[in-house]
Design a protein around this ligand. Sequence first.
Ligand code: 5GP
Length: 189
Amino acid sequence: MEKLEKRILEDGQALSETVLKVDAFLNHQVDPQLMYEMGTYFKKYFNKYNITKILTIESSGIAPAVMTAMQMNVPMIILKKSKSKTLKDDIYQTTIHSFTKGVDYELTLSKKYILPEDRTLIIDDFLANGEAALGAVRLVEEAGAKVCGIGIVIEKSFQPGRKKLEDQGYDVYSLARVARLDKNLIQFV
Ligand code: 5GP
């Protein structure tokens, strides 16, 4: 997505060789028009799968995910990072290692909102090592539902996330693919 790459070059900031900051339009301040256009791209690519639900991980995946859900006319589910206080019987839960924070956290999905017949699309802001996406996949599959695809806003292609997901047979579509990062350098694939 050319417009997204342009925006990353204008407003993104490479903090190191591995971390890209996009607080100006995605992670802190949100550009709704850009999010809407992302939804258009995700819909175009994933429409073939007859998606019934879109899942995302709180909080930065919510904006692109809700815009996609609106255009595909399906519900959007936010996978919660906090430990659920409700009965364990009512939820699916899995542990994820956070790339940016370096700590483990629990990802939770209420059984109420996912059915075995659901055909899901997982959307997230970044793909690095694939931990978050694989955690979301585990929750969906534990419910007996299908993961039809994984939509990523910014993929860091020099990290192993895409390969891990593709090796397991998942269709990964990224709107921007970063080949290299360094202080004040952002290169696309
Ligand atoms: P993964 O689980 O694929 O290793 O990392 C993806 C998750 O970590 C995303 O949900 C995102 O929140 C965060 N993340 C990974 N890399 C970056 C990055 O370079 N910048 C930002 N802002 N978040 C990142």
